[in-house]
Design a protein around this ligand. Structure first.
Ligand code: ATP
Length: 212
């Protein structure tokens, strides 16, 4: 079996920035995959995003205009209550049959994986692609290193050949850009023009949630 994988890149996207888009784009190329950006609803015990769900979706739509390799999938925002990645992957598996699925995670998010709901079972539904990310402290706990050793492949063909269960590290262009930094710049009245996709500046309302 060999099929073009479907890759999922989740996040708060508060706001979506050039770091997200560049690494998602490069992952699409490296994996020869369709990549879906999937904004997350944030559970009540976590700090709320500054922008609402619909504002984050509007920014993603503006950011993704004019290309078709990266696609928006807002299903987690449409679900009631907090959404677990495992449930999203189960749903995608039911929709996609035996097509390879890849969960894309930045190196910092990957280091936190053992804190996720039923994290080991994620590999029953998808492969994981870890995107290099500079400037973040991403020490991997021992239990995660064990999984990496057991599951790691270096060749994309190994991901295309099965629906789930492997892990690949993707050396994408290191860009030290974070949404936190962009929110800080906007709150300070600065204009982070080239850290954000140009489409976010076309409608002045899109960045309003961050300008105080
Ligand atoms: P914040 O600063 O608000 O925490 P963020 O910039 O880390 O936001 P998120 O929406 O939380 O963005 O991240 C979504 C996913 O994108 C995570 O897996 C994260 O690791 C990854 N990511 C974000 N920015 C980069 C980047 N510059 N390089 C690689 N991966 C990134």
């Amino acid at each position: 079996m060999s099929a073009r994988p479907l890759a999922v890149f989740g996040g708060t996207f508060d706001p979506v920035h050039i770091g997200h888009l560049t690494v998602a784009w490069e992952a699409a190329e490296l994996l020869d995959a369709e990549v879906r950006l999937m904004p997350a609803s944030v559970p009540p015990h976590r700090p709320a995003p500054l922008a609402s769900s619909s504002e984050r979706v509007a920014m993603l739509r503006a950011a993704l205009a004019g290309q078709s390799r990266l696609v928006l999938d807002a299903r987690e925002l449409e679900r009631e209550g907090p959404s677990y990645t495992i449930d999203t992957l189960r749903e995608l598996r039911a929709e996609q049959g035996a097509r390879p699925l890849v969960l894309l995670l930045g190196a910092d998010a990957f280091a936190g994986l053992p804190g996720w709901h039923r994290w080991r079972e994620l590999f029953d539904f998808a492969h994981i692609g870890v995107l290099s990310r500079p400037g973040v402290d991403a020490l991997r706990p021992a239990e995660l290193i064990e999984e990496v050793v057991a599951r790691r492949v270096d060749d994309v063909a190994a991901l295309h050949a099965r629906p789930c269960g492997k892990l690949i590290e993707l050396a994408v262009t290191p860009l030290e850009i974070s949404a936190t930094r962009i929110r800080d710049l906007l709150a300070a009245g600065r204009d982070p023009r080239y850290l954000l996709p140009a489409g976010l500046f076309d409608d002045p309302g899109l960045l309003a949630p961050y300008r105080r």
